[in-house]
Design a protein around this ligand. Structure first.
Ligand code: C5P
Length: 231
């Protein structure tokens, strides 16, 4: 796999023009975009259809946490838009993850990824919501549950990747947001790491947002990330 196919650029924008500007600036270099709740809510599903029509893969980060029937319905709609990845919350338990996986069966290229513990959360945050375990143990618990439910992989912070690769084996997707380039600001990431460290630890993909999209030159930002992953 070449470095480019491991990089997913998060289009975290609140308007279509800003998203289009990033896609234009990155051109053929970037083939995989994440569309999250901000952009989807601002501009609707047309952006997803248009990216797919341009030959881009789309990770639709819906972070589903709903009753199983509603999760399944949303996954079917995501599949019909042509997206490659969709997310469901592991904290929602086996039933919603299984419902998502079942709904995705009609779309052979759709992968269901489980969110374990969002990268901004700490042990203290888990304690606040009544989870006694430390983040690393909760991440592993939810990842195993996700695999048992049939999920194709997980979303994981850089620090959790190595343990997850060991626990889930070589076939699982491990998609890692919360990465910053060396010298970059860790922003609100509680457990940050570099894209290179994440890939070396076993991540299949990294998600980069602001380091690329807010760079003065997004193309240069993307190439910096790509160069950092070169063998
Ligand atoms: O920080 P950055 O702009 O690179 O974030 C890109 C994506 O990573 C965001 O769309 C968000 O979903 C995800 N992220 C995350 N946990 C964080 C910060 C960002 O999962 N703490």
């Amino acid at each position: 796999m070449n470095p480019t196919s491991k990089i997913i650029v998060a289009l975290d924008c609140d308007n279509r023009a800003a998203a289009d500007a990033v896609v234009e600036r990155l051109g053929e270099e970037c083939g995989f975009y994440k569309v999250g709740l901000e952009l989807l809510t601002a501009v609707g599903p047309e952006i997803v259809k248009d990216l797919v029509a341009r030959g881009k893969e789309v990770f639709l980060d819906l972070k589903l946490f709903e009753i199983p029937n509603s999760v399944a319905s949303a996954v079917r709609v995501a599949g019909s838009l042509g997206v490659s990845m969709v997310t469901v919350h592991g904290m929602g338990g086996s039933s919603i993850m299984s419902a998502a996986v079942e709904a995705a069966r009609d779309f052979p290229s759709l992968r269901v990824l489980a969110l374990t513990v969002v990268t901004s959360m700490t042990d203290a945050d888990l304690e606040d919501i009544g989870v006694d375990d430390a983040v690393d143990r909760q991440v592993l618990r939810l990842a195993r549950l996700a695999q048992k439910a049939g999920c194709h992989g997980v979303i994981a912070s850089p620090q959790d990747v190595a343990a997850l690769r060991g626990a889930l084996g070589p076939g699982a997707l491990i998609v890692t947001p919360g990465v910053t380039l060396p010298g970059g600001s860790p922003a609100e990431h509680a457990r940050p790491g570099t894209p290179r460290a994440a890939i070396d630890a076993g991540a299949s993909h990294v998600v980069v947002g602001r380091s690329v999209t807010r760079a003065a030159d997004p193309g240069a930002g993307f190439r910096l990330v790509r160069a950092s992953l070169a063998p």
